[in-house]
Design a protein around this ligand. Structure first.
Ligand code: PMP
Length: 424
């Protein structure tokens, strides 16, 4: 197909999206997913609150497919706080907070988050994804470098690309590799950002954060920790990785987290110094040019945070459930990869088809868990990913692990054998 600068031949795919290469590729991928004759396991419609259980197609399932880690979404106290906030403030703040969308509930929530984490201040955004995208994209630019874990979440990658900074991944959790890159290249850049996650959402492992703090100090870099999956789940009181490792909150420049997991809501935050937060409030595009967090979302997050502080046993129960699930899975010789007593436990099946099949067999038995298939992970790393919550019972966990082991033995009689050779 020829194209001259002053003359383009326009084909149907250039004006009809249904015929575009992008759309046709998606259809092709969905067809591959259906190769096995199994239903596509995406966009399942849930008919009620999703916690340790889910109502799908009128049937109740034991559920491991959502990160309602502390059962806050659907908790009566949280629902009540949301109802009050809606009655008082309405359903939307109907403006950017800079303009006229700021409510008392925003100020209270940001103070509560900062106090809980131990930073000077915090700022909340309408989405977790957009928090990373706009913050990283805005604070860094050409002449800077962003070093991120090779398994970083898409929102971190999008932010890094938006920034225009040089982007360098380092091998997963490898602080030494990060250190080496900086030894070689630090002098070529103005600002350097190192981004890691508190708990990795595909593998359930976590970085040696004190080592990353050393690296950032040695090389005069900024350090950002995405606590999407560690806030509320790690540390004795759920304060996340600073509590888990007993590190000074100010040793991390940007504590990022979402409101959508332990905080039963929707949105994201950045916690850090008062200067950083002030700068973001006046200049971050995703904050300045976007509506303020809705009253129901702000109220849900605030009520969840308070409940978490009043009821630390939720965090303890989550830790017990996570440990039990992992221990049983390991006893059953399931390949749980590098999962390390966090509420994310993968069961690696070795290929996408087996993951799809296993999810289907479990679903038939009343257990809902999401398969993670290529290209989301390498084909050989296809898996089911179990999100554990504080509301799961011991019986649900025991029943599930036994069902997984039994179904896998049937689907892949070689599974146990290949496991011995597989990296863990
Ligand atoms: N960071 C990480 C590590 C995540 O896993 C996610 C989503 N699960 C996000 C950011 C985005 O958060 P949200 O879904 O609340 O937009």
């Amino acid at each position: 197909r020829s194209a001259r600068p002053d003359h383009y031949e326009v084909h149907p795919e250039d004006f009809d999206f249904a015929q575009s290469a992008d759309y046709l590729r998606l259809r092709q991928n969905l067809k591959i997913a259906q190769r096995s004759g199994l239903p596509i396991p995406f966009f399942n419609v849930h008919q009620g609150i999703t916690n340790d259980r889910a109502l799908i197609g009128g049937k109740e399932y034991i559920n491991f497919s959502s990160y309602n880690y502390l059962g806050m979404s659907g908790d009566p106290a949280v629902i009540h706080a949301v109802q009050d906030a809606v009655a008082k403030f309405g359903t939307s703040v109907s403006a950017s907070r800079v303009v006229s969308g700021q409510k008392t509930i925003h100020v209270e929530l940001e103070r509560a988050i900062a106090d809980f984490i131990g930073t000077e201040d915090s700022i909340v955004f309408v989405g977790g994804h957009s928090t990373n995208e706009t913050t990283i994209g805005h604070l860094f630019g050409s002449g800077d470098m962003i070093l991120h874990d090779s398994l970083s979440h898409n929102s971190i990658l999008q932010g890094a690309m938006l920034s225009g900074a040089r982007r360098r991944p380092f091998p997963h959790n490898d602080w030494k590799a990060c250190d080496e890159i900086l030894t070689e290249l630090r002098h070529e850049y103005h600002k350097v950002l190192i981004v890691v996650e508190g708990v990795y959402s595909m593998d359930g492992d976590y970085p040696d954060l004190p080592k990353f703090v050393d690296v950032k100090k040695r090389h005069k870099a900024y350090l950002m920790v995405d606590e999407a999956h560690s806030m509320g789940t790690m540390g004795l009181h759920g304060r996340g990785m600073s509590e888990h490792f007993q590190i000074e909150p100010r040793d991390v420049d940007l504590w990022m987290g979402t409101l959508s997991k332990s905080f039963g809501s929707c949105g994201g935050y950045i916690a850090g110094s008062k200067e950083l937060v002030e700068y973001l409030k006046y200049t971050a595009p995703g904050f300045v040019y976007s509506v303020g967090l809705s009253p129901p979302n702000a109220a849900a997050a605030l009520a969840s945070l308070r409940l978490l502080q009043e009821e630390p046993e939720r965090v303890a129960q989550l830790a017990r459930n996570s440990r039990l699930f992992l221990q049983l899975a390991q006893e059953a010789k399931l390949n749980t990869g590098t999962s390390n007593n966090t509420p994310v436990v993968p069961v690696i099946t070795g290929n996408s088809e087996n993951a799809l099949r296993l999810a289907y067999v479990l679903f038939e038995q009343g257990i809902n868990v999401q398969p993670i298939l290529y290209p989301a992970v390498e084909e050989s790393a296809a898996r089911l990913r179990f999100f554990i919550t504080s509301t799961h019972t011991e019986a649900q966990i025991r029943q599930t692990v036994a069902a997984v082991a039994e179904a896998l033995a049937e689907i892949d009689p070689e599974y146990g054998r290949s496991l011995r050779a597989a990296p863990t």
